[in-house]
Design a protein around this ligand. Structure first.
Ligand code: SF4
Length: 281
């Protein structure tokens, strides 16, 4: 649909993982419609090389443009200490790392990365493409989210009155496996799993894959894990955080963590519960 008409424009949120890639290719082949005006990929600048290579390939297969938007480097922001008004240090774009208190209690750091580095840049461009006026209460943009049937609990309503949401894979009752089968049936290669290389939501299976198949990216994740602890060092006394942060749920450095052979043995894949349909799809 043209934005000059009164119809809302259709935009695909492209995470460049299995589900949203399948959705993009299904749209390209007319199996789901209407044809999106564009896809938007929010780049944290921290995806593994395999995802960027996949995206380069994918955008050549589809007739609509893929816009890459970014809020900058999540790696830099997640490790940048800022000072609040009272002089305490804080990190604005927290990633959901595990934190262990001095008493041994385990929690999560909190998560601002999805909002700051995925939702905001996507909605900024969606607003522009949909020519959405200020205080608009009418739906101008329909955002397609690639959540599959096995992830219905990730469906969330839009926070913006001018944006509607569609979950076309759920409309078609397709699971993640159905997406993989669809890709195979149609002669496409298997998409990678999209997520930041150091995402604490990785299952052991995904950590192992990174270590064994993308060793350079694994080394970056290991370095990030050490850097994270360095900035949150409790003995400096400057951090708002009481405890020690780790990427792996077991509370040991990533390169020392025991990664089980059984997927998700030590660390559940928490993507389903936490990532709002914008990371990992
Ligand atoms: S993939 Fe993980 S670290 Fe990256 S933005 Fe999403 S939740 Fe945050």
């Amino acid at each position: 649909m043209d934005s000059s008409s009164n119809e809302p424009i259709q935009l695909l949120s492209l995470g460049a993982g299995v589900q949203s890639s399948t959705l993009a290719l299904m749209a390209a082949r007319g199996e789901v419609g209407p044809m999106p005006k564009a896809a938007i990929f929010a780049d944290t600048q921290a995806e593994p090389a395999s995802v960027y290579q996949w995206l380069d390939w994918l955008e050549k297969q589809i007739p609509f443009p893929v816009y890459r938007v970014t809020s900058g480097s999540l790696t830099d922001e997640a490790l940048r200490l800022r000072k609040n008004k009272t002089g305490r240090d804080y990190v604005k774009s927290l990633i959901p790392a595990y934190v262990f208190s001095p008493e041994g209690k385990k929690g999560l750091l909190g998560r601002k990365c999805t909002a700051d580095f995925k939702v905001k840049p996507i909605m900024r461009l969606a607003r522009k493409l949909g020519q959405v006026p200020r205080a608009c209460k009418e739906i101008k943009v329909v955002q397609w989210i690639g959540i599959s049937l096995d992830e219905v609990h990730r469906m969330k309503p839009s926070r913006d009155k001018w944006a509607g949401i569609r979950w076309p894979l759920i409309e078609k009752e397709m699971t993640r496996n159905d997406c993989l089968n669809w890709m195979r049936r149609n002669g496409y290669p298997e998409p990678p799993r999209s997520a930041c290389i150091y995402c604490p939501f990785h299952s052991d299976h995904e950590w192992k894959r990174l270590r064994d198949k993308e060793p350079d990216e694994w080394l970056k994740a290991v370095k990030f894990d050490y850097d994270l602890r360095a900035i949150f060092k409790q003995e400096t006394g400057v951090s708002a955080l009481r405890g020690t942060a780790y990427l792996h749920a077991s509370g040991v450095p990533l390169d020392k963590a025991e990664l089980g052979d059984i997927p998700d043995k030590n660390q559940l894949s928490l993507f389903g519960n936490e990532c709002e349909g914008l990371c990992g799809v």
